[in-house]
Design a protein around this ligand. Structure first.
Ligand SMILES: C[S@@+](CC[C@H](N)C(=O)[O-])C[C@H]1O[C@@H](n2cnc3c(N)ncnc32)[C@H](O)[C@@H]1O
Length: 301
């Protein structure tokens, strides 16, 4: 592997530019560059979740998301780019002159990462400091509380919708998926990098009583979104008129936990067509409908 400035745009960069041509990309290969480990084995979700958290990093994938990650002020560890992407991202890359740029063809990127890279651009980023729940709650009028959601695609889709429809922040229960896992970041189009979010601890018995009391103490109404006997329509007055509101969304299988239902001030639902014979909406679809409705509250929008 050698530092090189073979293409005209690579030439003008202040960064170390490293071509993957002829490099043995297998893990642990003699002469391999350990910085490439940040970009390996991306299809092994379990390994990557553990490794990324241990290393204090996350992956920004696609030119748009890389651009947003840098704009969010996060530090780049390295870029991995298809040759033809360098020109599009040259301004972003040059703004991070200490970060090495690994340049390769499609086959090299695939053998390194294990899959066909989304639009040929990725950056390994330093994880930012996680906010405390109070920082996210402070001043917020509309919050989403994610109760044990485990699917990274749903988490990304919900965050993108929430950002687009005026939600101020997300609170995650301890078991929730990682917003900075590669697929969440990509599906959110980078919205997880700018949407305020924090983990909201639960009581030792797994209950929501303390968390709910903290929210209520600052004037926030807690609404559990769930199809249940006790739910009223989301458009009903107590929900529609709440000055500050936190909407709890339930996990993909089990729905909103019993303890969150017990702690909530109201239960709200999105009425569904009975003839369809379906139990529920996908949680990201339910979140989209609900965020739209909550954005119509007086004084918002
Ligand atoms: C897929 S559902 C959970 C499974 C659901 N309890 C069931 O038995 O089919 C995931 C979450 O989406 C939200 N959700 C989906 N459809 C909904 C609806 N029609 N009204 C209110 N919430 C809904 C709730 O927050 C729910 O906990």
């Amino acid at each position: 592997m050698s530092d090189l400035s073979a293409t005209p745009s690579a030439d003008s960069l202040p960064n170390p530019v490293i071509r993957l041509d002829g490099v043995d990309l297998r893990h642990g290969a003699a002469g391999g560059d350990p910085r490439l480990d940040d970009h390996r084995s991306l299809t092994d979700a379990q390994l990557r979740r553990r490794r990324d958290a241990e290393q204090g990093m996350y992956l920004a994938e696609s030119p748009l998301v890389v651009r947003r990650a840098v704009a969010a002020g996060h530090r780049v560890r390295s870029f991995l780019l298809a040759e033809e992407r360098l020109e599009d991202l040259a301004d972003v890359v040059a703004a991070c002159p200490e970060a090495p740029v690994f340049l390769g063809g499609e086959d090299q990127l695939r053998s390194l990462t294990g899959f066909r890279m989304h639009r040929g651009a990725m950056a390994a980023m330093e994880r930012p400091r996680e906010a405390a729940a109070d920082e996210v709650v402070d001043g917020a009028r509309t919050l989403l509380v994610l109760d044990g959601l485990t699917d990274h695609v749903n988490l990304g889709a919900i965050t993108r919708t929430a950002a687009a429809l005026g939600v101020d922040g997300l609170l995650l229960s301890p078991g929730c998926a990682d917003p900075l896992y590669r697929r969440s970041v990509r599906v959110s189009m980078g919205a997880v990098l700018t949407m305020p979010w924090a983990r909201m601890p639960r009581d030792a018995d797994g209950g929501w009583a303390t968390a709910a009391a903290r929210l209520r103490a600052v004037g926030i109404t807690l609404v559990a979104l769930e199809l249940s006997e006790t739910s009223r329509s989301l458009t009903d007055a107590p929900v529609a008129a709440a000055e500050r509101l936190a909407l709890v969304l339930g996990a993909e299988g089990p729905g909103v936990s019993a303890s969150a239902l017990a702690a909530a001030d109201h239960h709200a639902s999105i009425p569904m067509a009975e003839a369809a014979g379906l139990d529920s909406l996908n949680v990201a679809a339910a979140a989209a409908v609900a965020c739209w409705e909550l954005g119509r509250r007086p004084g918002l929008g």
